[in-house]
Write a protein that binds this ligand. Structure first.
Ligand SMILES: *Cc1c(COP(=O)(O)O)cnc(C)c1O
Length: 219
């Protein structure tokens, strides 16, 4: 099926209030063009350099989301244009994003990545670490970033109940953190769900799904 048809099929099943990030990592600009021509305006990439190259070549009304693990020394390459950084997992990284956002006279929206999976390889913070981060003096002084929500990745497994438990855990952390809202922390976004598990993620409260292979085909 075509990229355009895949997009139509996915979008007709998304409830109101759930936004689609088309994950285009490793795919050529010609594929992104097809999605763009079908009306898609939010794209997700997991490598900063690849995202910057595609940003240069694609129309400028696209929102670019960084969904991968971010290396501090590369933040500067996306600071001029990135719309949302999903994978923020340390105060040190936030400090660099704040600094680069300031240089570009921008406020950059970020999600804190929460560790919900039972896998060693997944990045992220736990609930206590997030609370400490949001309450720290250094965070409160960052005027050029805004934490708008949380992101999580479930364990790669066929076990429906386990995935559901992990997504539900993320949603409950999100609900508990509402009490910590400040000027630069306004929680309204839960980024969870990929091609294999997004219907379940939506059931569990996701507001932003990151879908790659079901749109663009396998990688
Ligand atoms: C690649 C990737 C996705 C999309 O995965 P698909 O299974 O192709 O939908 C979503 N989120 C993150 C963080 C990714 O790296």
């Amino acid at each position: 099926m075509s990229i355009a048809q895949n997009l139509i099929n996915i979008k007709k099943n998304l409830p109101e209030g759930v936004t689609l990030v088309a994950v285009s990592k490793t795919k050529p600009v010609s594929d992104l063009r097809q999605a763009y021509d079908a009306g898609q305006r939010i794209f997700g990439e997991n490598k900063i350099q690849e995202m910057a190259e595609k940003w240069e070549q694609m129309p400028k009304d696209i929102e670019w989301h960084m969904i991968g693990h971010v290396q501090t020394n590369k933040v500067k390459y996306m600071a001029p244009f990135v719309q949302l950084i999903h994978g923020v997992d340390s105060l040190k990284l936030l400090e660099e994003i704040n600094k680069q956002a300031q240089k570009n006279s921008r406020v950059i929206d970020c999600l804190l990545q929460i560790y919900i999976a039972e896998e060693e390889s997944k990045f992220g913070l736990d609930e206590i670490e997030v609370e400490n981060l949001l309450q720290s003096t250094s965070f409160k002084q960052m005027d050029n970033i805004r934490i708008v929500g949380l992101m999580g990745m479930a364990t790669f497994t066929d076990n429906h109940n386990q995935i559901k438990k992990e997504f539900t855990h993320l949603k409950s952390i999100f609900d508990n953190l509402q009490k910590l809202e400040t000027n630069n922390c306004q929680l309204n976004t839960i980024s969870m769900g990929m091609s294999g598990d997004y219907p379940l993620a939506i059931e569990c409260g996701s507001t932003l799904v990151r879908i790659g292979s079901s749109i663009f085909g396998g990688r």
